[in-house]
Design a protein around this ligand. Structure first.
Ligand SMILES: [Zn+2]
Length: 427
């Protein structure tokens, strides 16, 4: 007993212990049968330790720090529980194998041009943490235990095998991956297939003869959530997803309001921390198709959540993605091809591109998210509005002075997944 306590105390002293404790308190509150459950202020503080403000660059800096986050989310007995209860050994081996999928360099792509600064393992960690934060700030109300765990696992795998160039490039150059997979959600399909194959290899979310029908269904459902939510991260399906969520919104919010103990008078407010504290869970009342849609919507929002983070993170991620795009554009020019949209460093202004992306892609998404997830969506929307003003001011200042925006941020660390070489002026 003493040995166990001393381990726990040592663990609590380290920063990476906090996410573990967060899960203990949050998971317990969301599944409690009593709707009057109170949790202490200390629990609440701990509960928020792995949240929208977590620094994914720092948490992904080394192999060990990455594994500590995964461990706190999946390997503790009170953390996310996947159907079939896979062993800790299998989950650890899965994590290590999945991570490798972010470190490969692909045939047919010239990495002396392509910098792949954005689609690294650090991005995967960031999306996993943000998915957890969205669930923890209200999203968990809509899903059951196994569905939530499947979604967080999907987040970590959603860009596995990403090449560092976009789907259009692979199609334009008739790459072997295009010939194998076809042009429909090309890289998303590869990521989903890779994740499912690794799950089989490590005996995670696989059925066995001794399982009953309910257990088998839970496993099929979790695999389906993983596959479909990864496929829905294709930005080409963004509009289609927003339309589908808009259609389901009224039904979801009406149900939320019906099941709440405390009725909200002024309009129906989306799920939030108060609902979590009261142990509200609607998963048994929502059909599986709608739950799939909500889960995929949460992952898509987490995937493009950078414009809704604090300015320092927002600007750094924007620079990394633009650097990746521009490096693809450089390669396209070298090959005598037309650079894809937003990929020509000579004609695209970073601040103006971010303003446009915010206006035409992000704003509607976060507004809808805030309607369904009041606290999580509200956090992203508030930051987004203030970040948009900063991008607009930067754009104005560049126009006024005639000097371009300076892209002055370092990529993730080597263990964080960046495999390129710094340019001489970055050293
Ligand atoms: Zn992504």
């Amino acid at each position: 007993m003493f040995f166990r306590q001393s381990i726990v105390l040592r663990f609590i002293k380290s920063a990476t212990a906090l996410p573990l404790l967060a899960l203990i308190s949050c998971e317990n509150t969301s599944t409690l049968p009593s709707l009057n459950h109170e949790i202490s202020e200390t629990d609440m503080l701990v509960c928020q330790s792995l949240n929208f403000e977590s620094d994914a660059f720092q948490l992904s800096d080394s192999n060990d720090s990455q594994f500590n986050v995964f461990e706190s989310l999946f390997l503790d007995s009170n953390a996310y529980q996947l159907p079939g209860n896979p062993t800790k050994e299998n989950l650890s081996a899965y994590f290590k194998d999945l991570r490798k999928g972010y470190f490969q360099k692909d045939e047919g792509i010239d990495y002396s041009f392509v910098r792949k600064e954005y689609h690294t393992f650090t991005h995967a960690m960031d999306v996993m943490i943000t998915t957890h934060a969205l669930l923890n700030s209200g999203g968990a109300v809509y899903l059951n235990t196994g569905e939530r765990a499947a979604l967080v696992l999907a987040a970590l795998g959603h860009d596995a095998l990403h090449t560092g160039v976009n789907n259009s490039f692979l199609i334009q150059t008739n790459h072997a991956y295009f010939q194998d997979t076809g042009g429909n959600s090309l890289q998303e399909t590869r990521s989903a297939n890779y994740v499912l194959q690794l799950l089989d290899k490590h005996r995670i979310l696989v059925t066995s003869e001794e399982m009953n029908d309910t257990q088998r269904n839970e496993i099929h459902n979790a695999r389906n959530i993983i596959e479909q939510s990864i496929l829905w991260t294709d930005i080409k399906r963004h509009k289609e997803q927003i339309e589908a969520v808009e259609l389901a919104k009224k039904k979801i919010l009406n149900l939320l309001n019906q099941k709440r103990l405390i009725q909200v008078n002024e309009g129906i407010v989306g799920a939030g921390k108060l609902d979590m504290r009261q142990g509200l869970n609607l998963s048994a009342f929502i059909d599986s198709e709608t739950k799939m849609l909500i889960a995929s919507f949460i992952l898509h929002c987490a995937d493009i959540s950078n414009p809704g983070k604090d300015w320092v993170k927002c600007e750094r991620w924007a620079v990394l993605v633009m650097n990746e795009f521009f490096s693809q554009g450089d390669l396209q020019k070298q090959l005598g091809l037309k650079p894809s949209m937003n990929c020509d460093r000579n004609t695209v202004s970073v601040p103006s591109c971010q303003v446009g992306f915010g206006k035409f892609v992000i704003r509607d998404l976060y507004v809808l998210l805030e309607e369904i997830l009041h606290d999580g969506g509200g956090y992203l929307l508030d930051n987004f509005n203030s970040n948009q003003e900063k991008w607009k001011a930067l754009h104005k200042s560049c126009e006024k002075t005639g000097s371009p925006y300076t892209m002055n941020f370092l990529p993730p660390s080597k263990e964080g997944g960046w495999m390129g070489q710094l340019r001489s002026y970055e050293k």
